[in-house]
Design a protein around this ligand. Structure first.
Ligand SMILES: NC(=O)c1ccc[n+]([C@@H]2O[C@H](COP(=O)([O-])OP(=O)(O)OC[C@H]3O[C@@H](n4cnc5c(N)ncnc54)[C@H](OP(=O)(O)O)[C@@H]3O)[C@@H](O)[C@H]2O)c1
Length: 321
């Protein structure tokens, strides 16, 4: 690598994980209001492998148009290498993490990226880059669903479908910190993991119909969706809140019959919330679980595991070994 280039993963054409190419690419420079970030760790979210496939699940006219070749990735933790014009918030050498330019332009499967200063939080010394990179998209989604959208209160019951995944494992722990009762739904191999994270009730969806094992929950967070999602409505109390991963999985008439309030929107960067989640991780009140930690060059393998759909916690890419 010289000063003008860097290693990165790029996609020339959408497809399976084989379209992820590890190569030398031009190194970016920070513009006004931006920093140049030396990435230590990037993390993987479903948005990354769905983007690698060209978002086939989104109707064509709503599909994001991505300029190729493109670098995937929105989450990163690293060190400020240089600051752009007008930047006073950070200086060279600061440790920062964030969710960068989501959803407009992915860029973090690389040794460097530029980032608007408004999208970065300081990494506390109490957490490492692996933990920090794992937090942004999954942690913010969990936080915003539980607290901004559903206004979860102590003593309420939340059922989390997909409790072992990136979002789910943060949601379980953040709900417990708030003092809620948590029902976690996952396959049986995650039972001990989720009990260790604090779930009050575990439901193995491979052996037990969820709608027969839970009733009268205040909040249903469904991070899975798919055909037959409506059956989960039976777990909600009347007037309870449903946050579906995608509204299209639910039938409006069934939702109305259940008297459910439907909430949910795309995750947004919020540096105050990032700092708060990082503080909880640093205090040991929220733990970050890793399905696997792979070098940047093995992004293909990381996406293969992610796409299989049974991730426990987070998959991260170590950019600096
Ligand atoms: N609204 C937003 O802005 C936003 C932001 C982030 C993510 N999301 C979406 O949220 C979803 C989850 O994201 P993530 O990062 O948590 O994904 P993830 O880390 O890949 O986790 C998915 C989890 O779903 C579980 N699962 C699969 N089939 C299941 C089933 N039938 N019943 C219950 N659990 C099942 C898997 O574990 P087991 O099957 O092994 O139990 C796995 O732990 C994705 O669709 C993602 O696109 C939305």
């Amino acid at each position: 690598m010289n000063a003008e280039t860097m290693k990165a993963i790029r996609i020339y054409k959408e497809g399976g994980p084989e379209v992820l190419v590890y190569e030398d690419v031009p190194r970016p420079t920070a513009g006004p209001g931006e920093v140049l970030l030396r990435i230590h760790v990037a993390s993987i979210n479903p948005a990354d492998w769905r983007g690698q496939r060209g978002f086939p699940d989104i109707p064509e006219k709503f599909r994001p148009r991505v300029a190729r070749p493109s670098i995937p990735g929105f989450d990163a933790s690293g060190i400020v290498e240089a600051v752009g014009p007008g930047v006073s918030e950070f200086r060279e050498g600061d440790a920062v993490f964030g969710m960068i330019r989501f959803p407009e332009r992915a860029s973090t499967y690389a040794e460097y990226t530029t980032a608007p200063v408004t999208q970065l939080a300081r990494k506390p010394a109490t957490i490492d880059h692996l933990q920090a990179a794992a937090i942004p998209m999954a942690g913010l989604t969990a936080w915003q669903e539980l607290f901004d959208q559903a206004n979860l209160q102590a003593g309420q019951t939340v059922l989390i479908n997909g409790a072992a995944g990136g979002v789910g494992h943060f949601a379980v722990q953040l709900a417990k910190v708030r003092g809620a009762r948590v029902i976690g739904v996952a396959s049986g191999r995650h039972a001990d993991f989720l009990r260790d994270l604090g779930v009050d009730q575990f439901i193995d969806y491979t052996t037990t119909p969820v709608e027969q094992a839970a009733r009268d929950v205040d909040l249903l967070i469904d991070m899975v969706g798919g055909a037959n999602s409506d059956r989960l409505l039976a777990t909600l109390r009347r007037g309870g809140t449903l946050i579906p991963v995608n509204f299209n999985y639910y039938t409006p008439e069934r939702v109305a019959e259940a008297g459910a309030l439907v909430k949910g929107k795309r995750v947004q960067v919020n540096v105050g919330q990032l700092a708060e989640i990082a503080r909880l991780v640093g205090e040991g009140r929220v733990c970050v679980a890793f399905e696997t930690i792979l070098p940047l060059a093995e992004a293909r393998k990381a996406h293969e595991i992610a796409e299989a759909g049974h991730v426990r916690g987070k998959i991260v890419l170590r950019v600096i070994e």
